[in-house]
Design a protein around this ligand. Structure first.
Ligand code: PMV
Length: 326
């Protein structure tokens, strides 16, 4: 009746951007990510037949009504899957710097799916767990695995072929991912709202869809060959293309702030100095910079010196889901 699981966040190199089915969290395109070692969520789920509703605690405090409702809707899907009726006490600890604006929904939903399924005594494979996690937050389906991961969009309407698969283990390619936390004050447009508006209104979205599968194939072949320069060029262009679609939306929006551009420019300057570094940006202003391990300290120093950059975290490829006690 109880279990604890841990899942790590991931950063997309080829972005998931747009849903073809909002309810089942089915994506318009396949995507590719690296799971990170530094940021993770640990979640304990205790089912209790005496409870009349789920109770959700985040970092030791009872979560608000909206947050609890979102978690409970996801728990309903897990209960449906398992044929179970009980409510649960859910305690999540986010090992993501507080208020950092570094996405935790992927690690959160993946850890919750894993803990809940285990607490119900079910044995499921990674694929099944990935499909469940997907229905909490799309990107969560990739956090089931460590290292480099592909989320295959699938073709079927019921989502049975839309799940993540591991491409390369965390130790198979020594890269560093520097997560730059900016001083952000802007109100956030959620990824859910951002992709919905873009799919429905942006004339640039068709251009995104036309080229994203080609980007994915090129990125996979660069990974197979450990060709960092090629992978870097592809992931940077893919991120820029995704963000470009938001400028065509109605009303238009942009996740970047001025410091986002300053980091992007600095990465370009690093390359001019002969240091291979490439950036990517998810649905927010923060920038993640990829570089070789040997360059991580030099890149960190350069990025930390940019005004508007609050902190730089050095991350490496991390592990997939694991089970406690911790
Ligand atoms: O799964 P969500 O709702 O966190 O959406 C993720 C969207 C992006 O971070 C922009 C891209 C991605 O593939 O993670």
């Amino acid at each position: 009746m109880e279990a604890t699981a841990r899942a790590h966040t991931n950063i997309a190199l080829i972005k998931y951007w747009g849903k073809r089915d909002e309810k089942l969290f089915l994506p318009m395109n396949s995507s590719l990510s690296i799971t990170l070692d530094k940021f993770y969520t640990t979640t304990k789920v205790v089912f209790d037949p005496a409870l009349k509703a789920d109770r959700f605690f985040l970092n030791g405090k009872p979560a608000g009504a909206a947050e609890t409702a979102k978690i409970s809707r996801f728990m309903d899907k897990i209960r449906d899957f398992a044929g179970a009726k009980w409510y649960a006490v859910i305690e999540s600890e986010n090992e993501v710097p507080t208020a950092a604006g570094l996405a935790s929904s992927a690690s959160g939903m993946a850890a919750l799916a894993a803990a809940a399924v285990k607490a119900l005594g079910l044995q499921v494979d990674g694929r099944t767990l990935s499909k469940l996690a997907r229905q909490g937050s799309g990107s969560a389906c990739r956090s089931i695995y460590g290292g480099f991961v592909e989320w295959q969009k699938g073709e079927k309407a019921d989502g049975s072929d839309s799940y993540a698969v591991p491409l390369l283990g965390r130790d198979d390619w020594e890269l560093s991912i520097l997560s730059c936390l900016l001083e952000s004050k802007q109100k956030k447009i959620s990824s859910r709202e951002g992709m919905k508006r873009t799919v429905e209104t942006s004339p640039f979205y068709a251009g995104w869809l036309e080229t994203v599968e080609k980007d994915l194939a090129a990125a996979k072949s660069a990974i197979a060959r450990r060709d960092f320069a090629l992978l870097g060029r592809i992931l940077e262009a893919n991120a820029l293309k995704m963000h470009a679609t938001t400028l065509g939306a109605d009303p238009p929006f942009l996740y970047w702030q001025s410091a986002t551009l300053d980091v992007m420019r600095e990465v370009e300057l690093l390359r001019e100095r002969g240091i291979e570094a490439y950036f990517t940006i998810d649905a927010g202003p923060n920038v993640k910079v990829l570089c070789g391990r040997k360059d991580e300290e030099a890149v960190r120093e350069t990025l930390a010196a940019i005004p508007g950059v609050q902190r730089v975290f050095i991350c490496h490829p991390g592990p997939g889901v694991s089970y406690g006690p911790y």
